[in-house]
Design a binder for this molecule. Sequence first.
Ligand code: ADP
Ligand code: MG
Length: 163
Amino acid sequence: MESCPSLSHYTVGVTRQNISNRVLQEINTHSAEETIAFGRTLAGLLVPPKLVLFRGDLGAGKTTLVKGIAAAFVAAAEEDVTSPTFTLVHEYRGPNATLYHIDLYRIDTTRELETLALDDLRSENSILLIEWGEKFPWLTAERDVEISFERTGETGRTIRVSA
Ligand code: ADP
Ligand code: MG
């Protein structure tokens, strides 16, 4: 049977559309500033409501990308976006969306996750930007967009946006 190029990006056997894996955008950045600039371009894609998972090692650039996204939504200045590693959830309100920047690095159990009540943050107007969300399968299943980071050197990063 001939392969169908237009379907080849989809994960075989996955029935839920929002866990398909079509790469929408891919970019190589060479500095934090370039990653922030790329984040600024993503506001058009991230129309609320959205649940976005960020995948990548510590220091890969996940929080750096959120700086650009928050700035584009006029929800926070770049320098005001910091890692929610300890506070777990940061809220940034813009005129067209409320962004919730969430870091689950320190969250290990479903019970701990429940205390964050992430479902209560989801609304017509909200965008959840979640680092380390892949630790919990239901979040992977619920995500609308995934942004993955790969190091390609000291300051090189390949960033892929999938939906
Ligand atoms: P994460 O949230 O994935 O743990 P951060 O965004 O907090 O990572 O940190 C990324 C670090 O890497 C920052 O110190 C940033 O200045 C640095 N960096 C170097 N090159 C890049 C790049 N191309 N993109 C993003 N960050 C970069
Ligand atoms: Mg981070």
